[in-house]
Design a protein around this ligand. Structure first.
Ligand code: G4P
Length: 522
């Protein structure tokens, strides 16, 4: 099979959702369809106390969560599926954002009883800004939730994206009868935990189904469907692939109901790997020369070995175990002898991989986030990974001043790895760590202790709004403890505003100073 044919089979995506929306349940069903697992309940049992072996640290065991995103990989209906798992909410880290740079589409799960929730909104917004195609699964239809039209309106307004319902639910909770499958033109009947049954539209008129179609819930949904057909947006695959329209599927991950249909439709529509920008022009995924970039580095996956694994998104060509590649940043040659694919619980050795695949490579402390690896003669680097603005800030110091040297070494290493963002207070030069989620501090503290033997102490600064300044507009006298002036690791100045009010007040008083929001420019 040619490289291009292999590439066309790849479907690489992330599933994102607010905690408890049903990501684990849905993922598990997909793994069942892919024959990767044989029974539900094996991926993660946060409440039952069963842990997947992908949990790599004590913290994970204690909290029953997956700190770092893992990758699941399996063949399905002629495609090669790569699912990147992402932690959410307070377990969020910049890794979560960076994962989005390594996928070609995302599945967004929304709990029908809750709608879009604040924390996950940021992830969806990043997808919107980057033009990543979003497929929506509205979950828990077996419960009473928000009205479907209300949910669509919410998605459209909050995310500024067109919606196209691929199916339309008939009732919900106890009154849930099934869905109209607009794609296949059939009614899919909900039979509780039993298998769903399919009735083509034209057969619905037959006497067998009179009982169903004369119910008030059915009639109401049919009316809404007619309205959607006549006045709703038209389906456009182009709009979906450019991230302007999201196909919406209703169902229940738990039943499961509508999950298989969703998966089949999603897999057929989701984009295969697309060309990516580099400093040397656009690189086609079918290009015979191997290339890829590191989007995540994970330390201590196995505490017994103290190893680091760099996660690489293959962007072109074919990866073969043992091949020699060039690290574009240093121009050094590295032999990729130890490569792994991280499947939910096991680490399997991979011998070959193609554009779209994610591989874990052994990291002898050589890689940085964003690094490009290439085989062949051409030299180029993939676009820098966007830096995401932290929202939480804490001052950090070594508990024991005698440990200053290890402290500095540990911090430098973890910054380089992208595990934390470091800032220095302009006045006091104290170290400030910025994070997008509280968990990053726990991980930081744990790793400083375990890898560098340093106990660290934090002093909370709290939630702040960071805004970058232009070098020529920095005026120290304008800032204080409320609105702190700090430098990032590149030496750029930014202000940590106490709150929205302080930010607006500052803007009013200093209309000539430009305040740059990283979220806007990423
Ligand atoms: P997450 O990974 O997004 O955090 O969510 P997860 O799948 O763990 O699901 C959160 C809870 O919601 C679980 O119940 C799960 O059984 C339930 N759930 C998921 N999908 C559906 C659905 O389609 N319908 C209904 N009614 N419930 C659903 P739990 O009681 O919190 O946990 P557990 O004890 O069942 O593990």
């Amino acid at each position: 099979m040619s490289i291009q044919e292999e590439v066309n089979k790849r479907k690489t995506f992330a599933i994102i959702s607010h905690p408890d929306a049903g990501k684990t349940t849905l993922t598990e069903k997909l793994l069942l369809y892919g024959n990767l697992i044989r029974s539900a309940g094996t991926v993660k049992g946060k409440k039952s106390g069963k842990y997947a072996t992908s949990d790599w640290m004590e913290i994970e065991k204690q909290r029953g969560i997956s700190v770092t995103s893992s990758v699941m990989n399996f063949p399905y209906k002629g495609y090669q599926v790569n699912i990147l798992d992402t932690p959410g909410h307070e377990d969020f880290s910049e890794d979560t954002y960076r994962t989005l740079t390594a996928v070609d589409s995302v599945v967004m799960i929304i709990d029908a009883t809750k709608g879009i929730e604040a924390q996950t909104l940021k992830l969806f917004k990043v997808c919107r800004m980057r033009g990543i195609p979003i497929f929506t699964f509205i979950n828990k239809l077996d419960r009473e939730g928000k009205e479907p039209l209300e949910l669509l309106e919410e998605i459209e307004e909050v995310l500024d994206i067109e919606t196209y319902p691929m199916n339309w639910p008939v009732g919900m909770g106890k009154r849930f009868l099934g869905i109209f499958d607009r794609h296949e033109k059939q009614f899919v009947q909900y039979n509780g935990n039993e298998e769903e049954s399919y009735i083509p539209y034209e057969e619905l008129k037959q006497p067998d189904h009179t009982e169903l179609v004369t119910q008030a819930t059915y009639e109401a949904a049919e009316e809404e469907l007619t309205l959607l057909d006549e006045a709703g947006d038209q389906f456009s695959l182009d709009a979906v692939l450019s991230g302007k329209q999201t196909p919406v599927f209703f169902g229940s991950a738990l039943a499961p109901f509508g999950v298989e249909t969703f998966f089949n439709t999603f897999i057929s529509m989701a984009p295969a790997p697309t060309p990516r920008k580099t400093t040397g022009g656009v690189i086609q995924p079918g290009n015979p020369d191997f290339s890829g970039f590191v989007f995540k580095i994970q330390a201590n996956m196995n505490p017994a070995h103290r190893d680091r694994v760099a996660f690489l998104r293959v962007c072109s060509g074919k990866f073969e175990r043992g091949m020699s590649v060039t690290l574009a940043r240093t121009n050094k040659t590295i032999k990729l002898a130890q490569s792994q694919q991280i499947v939910a619980s096991d680490r399997d050795t991979v011998d070959e991989a193609y554009a779209g695949d994610i591989i874990g490579i052994y990291d002898p402390n050589a890689y940085q986030i964003g690094d490009t690896l290439i085989a062949g003669k051409d030299r180029y680097e993939y676009d820098e990974l966007p830096q995401f603005p932290p929202e939480l800030f804490k001052k950090v110091a070594a508990k024991n001043v005698m440990k200053a040297k290890q402290f500095k070494k540990g911090i430098d290493q973890l910054v380089q790895e992208g595990a934390i963002q470091l800032f220095r207070d302009k006045r006091t030069e104290s170290y400030i760590i910025g994070a997008v989620g509280e968990l990053q501090y726990e991980v930081f503290q744990y790793r400083m202790k375990n890898e560098y033997n340093v106990d660290v102490v934090f002093e909370t600064i709290g939630e702040r709004i960071p805004r970058w300044l232009k070098q020529e507009q920095v005026n120290e006298s304008l800032f204080d403890e409320r609105n702190m002036l700090v430098r990032d690791r590149e030496g750029n100045f930014l202000v940590l505003f106490k709150n929205e009010f302080s930010l607006n007040w500052f803007k009013d008083k200093n209309p000539n100073i430009d305040l740059i929001d990283l979220f806007e420019i990423n």
